[in-house]
Design a protein around this ligand. Structure first.
Ligand SMILES: NCC(=O)CCC(=O)O
Length: 275
């Protein structure tokens, strides 16, 4: 993924310091664990001393005011690269939801501010909310990936994390990009279950969906400009086909469509453009 790197914990502190100095106030963390730690149960994902848990502690210790959001999903921990527990060729929704709740509690024990389930299992927001409340983490928020399309734009991220599915695809739990109304249904369900913020993903070729949702939903709406959108633009700029100003135009159009916040790999560039 051009211009993007995996950070060890010592380098992570330097990286977050740079971002904070640029005026950024939140980070979204993803973990990359070694293949030997992957299984079909997400065991490593709940390790109190796992990479994600240590990363949360390191950041909150050095930058207590930085809002830390964590990815809650099985795919980086799954021997199959899927977001759920696999049985034959099936993804077991309810067993997965149970583990996602445990992962969320584990991240909360480490000090996370907001958990972000990105798996697209049904019923996970309610289960996570109940598990967090029961464990006394009532103030930990849930940013739900309510609308996540089975998109072809995730390629560079999956390469960076080695998290591409080992068999099949994610079409049985991620959404069909030909379907428009399902986005609203999924969003309203997640809100009813207790989501504090709604994520729509990808962003740039889903501006109509962002607009649809922002017309009916009055919670914070985030849009995720994903790795493929980033890589296309980055490479075109590097090759001189486009000027850097297209980044600003892309981000503004996502905002114009109705996003309150944008998750983007151009965050650092954006702070410079906006100065
Ligand atoms: N669960 C995280 C992702 O799928 C990221 C996608 C991307 O940036 O391409």
């Amino acid at each position: 993924m051009p211009g993007y790197f995996r950070y060890s914990l010592d380098l992570l502190v330097e990286r977050v310091k740079t971002l904070q100095n640029l005026g950024l106030r939140s980070v979204l963390l993803f973990a990359k664990v070694s293949d030997s730690l992957r299984d079909n149960k997400g065991t490593e994902a709940t390790n109190p001393n796992g990479l994600m848990q240590r990363a949360i502690r390191v950041i909150k210790k050095s930058f207590p005011e930085m809002l830390v959001i964590t990815d809650v999903a099985l795919d980086p921990y799954s021997s199959f690269g899927h977001d759920g527990i696999v049985d034959g060729e099936e993804i077991l929704n309810d067993n997965t939801v149970e583990i996602l709740s445990k992962i969320s509690v584990s991240h909360s024990e480490a000090g996370v501010d907001v958990v972000a389930p990105s798996d697209m299992m049904d019923g996970r927001v309610l289960a996570i909310r109940e598990a967090l409340d029961k464990a006394n983490y009532r103030n930990v928020g849930i940013m739900s990936y309510a609308v996540k399309y089975a998109s072809n734009f995730y390629g560079p991220f999956r390469n960076a994390l080695d998290s591409a599915p080992g068999f099949g695809d994610k079409n049985t739990y991620q959404m069909d990009f030909r379907n428009r109304r399902e986005a609203i249904r999924e969003t309203l369900l997640d809100i009813e279950e207790g989501a504090d913020m709604i994520m729509i993903k990808p962003a740039g070729v889903y501006l109509d969906i962002i607009r649809d949702i922002s017309d009916v939903v009055h919670l914070p709406i985030l849009a995720y400009q994903v790795s493929g959108e980033y890589a296309m633009t980055k490479v075109a700029i590097e090759k001189g086909y486009l000027s850097q100003t297209v980044i600003y135009e892309q981000l503004i159009s996502i905002k114009r469509a109705g996003a309150n916040s944008i998750v983007t790999y151009f965050a650092e560039e954006a702070t410079k453009i906006l100065q």
